[in-house]
Design a protein around this ligand. Sequence first.
Ligand code: NDP
Length: 366
Amino acid sequence: MRKRVVILGATGSIGQSALKVARDIPDRMEVVGASAHRNAAALADIAREFPNARCVISGEEGGAARLVELATMPEADIVLVAIVGTAGLRPTLAAIEAGKDIAVASKEILVMAGEIVMAAAARRGVRLLPVDSEHNAIFQCLEGRDTSEVRRLVLTCSGGPFRRMPREQFAAATPAMALKHPTWNMGRKITIDSATLFNKALEMIEARWLFNVGIDRVDVVIHPQSIVHSMVEFVDGSVLAQLSHSDMCFPIQYAVTWPERVPNSLEPLDFSQLAKLEFDAPRRGDFPALDLAVRAGLAGGTLPAVLNAANEVAVEAFLAGRIPFPRIWEVVARAMDECHGSAHPDLEQILEADQAARERASVWCV
Ligand code: NDP
């Protein structure tokens, strides 16, 4: 079956990989909609290449409403949410209400509002198909199996560019150093998150919602080669893993063609070329993002939204040269200490907590 796909954030790193998949398997994937925030030139290229796609710029007046229209267009089967930050939340909820399956790359959505998004998807009977490579791997290993048979989910983590850096050197880490990811080529925000391990922190919370397990059953292991994308350990002690090269086209294609697998032109693994696959424990004391995620995941409510919002502000400040690298962790921890919210918030309360955390964090980032 050919899936008709809307790509929110088509000009970004994930969006461009999704277009590659569409070129690679045109019989299976048709692009019927695409959005960009400001990059009109790149969107015009997409419009030329995919003349049937409705194209929307979200970064101008009325853009938010047009994004919702795009996400709910009757011609679409699936909406791929690949917008960086929290702007994808409302269009995602609208798409769910319109009965669309969601291929979710934007982890912020589930981190902020996992309970609401999962409940809405269950009520409307739509699927949330994970695109993030780790969650896509777990999704593949589970194959619809009930998570009561799962002992733990094991997210793999490259460790980022500072995996071996002694803690005393963190203060001297520059944006240019942090933007050099050893194995993945991604957008700027997520690349910094990979250096602090906040990327893994967000993924722990995301996994908690996607697979309905307590965050105490979501573990992290350092795997510098980024070949094993994550694993599931079942109650009988067996572990299933999913492997491929580190190319987001793999998980995007699986999310689009699911439940089927179809051939493509992606490079297969050559085991004779894989010298070794290493695994190690994360340095939790030196990279406090993981423990902050556990705290936010256990508390629930608005705390994950606070973690996410403060991190976004701190990453921007670090990239702009306003704060040193380790301050990112401090800003997030302080926001979590100082911003108190409700236990089962509605969407408005979540957005308020997000805004309040941003305002406070901005004050600490000048
Ligand atoms: P990029 O920064 O490369 O792309 C972001 C996309 O979102 C662009 O199309 C951009 O448009 C658009 N956009 C930016 N701001 C807004 C806004 N306020 N409203 C609407 N659209 C906006 O990000 P990535 O592709 O790297 O990441 C996208 C999401 O996917 C993130 O949540 C990230 O965590 C997640 N993800 C990314 C992975 C990766 O490999 N890159 C892996 C797994 C998850 P424009 O170009 O016009 O600015």
